[in-house]
Design a protein around this ligand. Structure first.
Ligand SMILES: Cc1cc2nc3c(=O)[nH]c(=O)nc-3n(C[C@H](O)[C@H](O)[C@H](O)COP(=O)(O)O)c2cc1C
Length: 353
């Protein structure tokens, strides 16, 4: 299915349905497809883009291409094989918490179509680390990179017990993931974003890397940050991140700001805004991070990527890898293929080699 067919024929039908119901049906379809080697091979032939010019090794991990699927789409790792067959070089599963939880009451996901945006306040609904890890460890031979994004249960934040939650998830996913992302930036779990503040971030990272060293966990650990940090807060966070063996920064999560057309009926909904209105802002954060880290920390650039131009903009700002979520929702299964092909054309990767 091409992007045009999806956008003009299928999407208008899907747009009439409840966004979360559509999401779950799509995931179930992808999960079923992942059970058939033949179907996966056919999808890979149609949608996959392979080229040595797209390959890269970042924080010691080899990626077939720079574009990944951001956390939140496949929270429970149900459809990773099919999503990779669609052309994503890496899939970030999660956010997963130690215990299963339901998340916030519905409705909690809103489409702002005119803006090419989503607002969500899901609040980490997920199956819990044990079920997700068991599911992922069944998928042993892989030709894509698997990241797992981890966070604390809502109840643990309420009792101030977040560090043990991160450590438990780290233990659980270190044997099955190619990298783990510490999520301290989702706006829908009250108190989580406070962990980005100086003393809290320092205490969290000290505990995490002490644990990694004690248990000799051989997994790269990344940190995902919000786009809403002030310049001084970014500087402080970078200073702390650079003082630990952090493998990279995922920038950025959704924003609580509302740079939106006032006519959009959902603009006042609470939650994190993603998609086109986030693009420039997240690129600005990436640029700032690249300068502050002097290239010492790889950056995964995410926020409002819909097309090759957006991807190129983030690479030029200093990202080594990219992720998207909302662009995939609006543009459908051919999105990674179109972006990767466009990137090769725009950057001359194909011809340079
Ligand atoms: C519905 C939805 C759920 C999300 N859930 C998570 C999550 O569980 N953990 C996380 O780190 N980011 C989550 N995100 C944020 C995305 O990973 C990404 O950082 C953000 O959407 C910006 O990228 P985009 O503009 O390409 O969507 C979610 C985003 C959306 C739209």
């Amino acid at each position: 299915m091409s992007q045009r067919v999806y956008r003009y024929l299928l999407y208008p039908l899907l747009a009439k349905m409840d966004p979360e119901a559509v999401h779950h049906s799509a995931l179930s379809g992808l999960e079923k497809m992942g059970c058939s080697a033949r179907a996966l091979a056919a999808v890979r032939r149609w949608y996959g883009v392979r080229s040595p010019f797209l390959e890269r090794t970042v924080f010691g991990v080899h990626f077939a291409n720079p574009l990944g699927l951001a956390a939140g789409f496949d929270k429970n790792g149900r459809a990773v094989a099919a999503l990779a067959a669609l052309g994503f070089g890496h899939i970030e599963v999660g956010t997963v918490t130690p215990k299963p939880q339901d998340g916030n009451p519905k409705p909690r996901l809103f489409r702002l179509q005119r803006e090419g945006a989503l607002i969500n306040r899901l609040g980490f609904p997920n199956d819990g680390m044990e079920r997700v890890a068991a599911r992922l460890s069944r998928k042993q031979s892989r030709d894509y990179v698997l990241g797992v994004n981890i966070g604390p249960n809502k109840a643990s934040i309420a009792t101030g017990q977040v560090i043990p939650d991160y450590l438990a998830c780290l233990d659980c996913f270190a044997p099955v993931a190619d990298y783990v992302t510490i999520n301290i930036s989702s706006p829908n779990t009250p108190g989580l974003r406070e962990l980005q503040g100086g003393a809290s971030l320092d205490a969290l990272l000290a505990a995490i890397f002490r644990h990694v060293a004690n248990w000799r966990l051989a997994v790269p650990v990344l940190v995902k940050i919000a786009p809403d940090l002030a310049t001084r807060e970014i500087e402080e966070a970078v200073g702390i991140l650079l003082s630990y063996p952090v493998a990279g920064i995922v920038a950025t999560n959704t924003t609580v700001s509302r740079p939106l057309d006032w006519r959009d009926r959902y603009r006042q909904e609470q939650g994190g805004l993603s998609g086109r209105p986030l693009r420039e802002h997240s690129t600005g954060v990436i640029r700032r991070l690249a300068v502050l880290t002097e290239g010492r920390l790889p950056i995964i650039g995410v926020g409002g990527i819909f097309a090759a131009e957006d991807a190129e903009e983030k690479l030029r700002a200093g990202a080594s890898l990219l992720q998207l979520y909302t662009g995939f929702v609006y543009q459908g299964p051919a999105t990674p293929r179109e972006i990767l092909r466009g990137l090769m054309l725009r950057t001359g990767w194909k011809v340079e080699g």
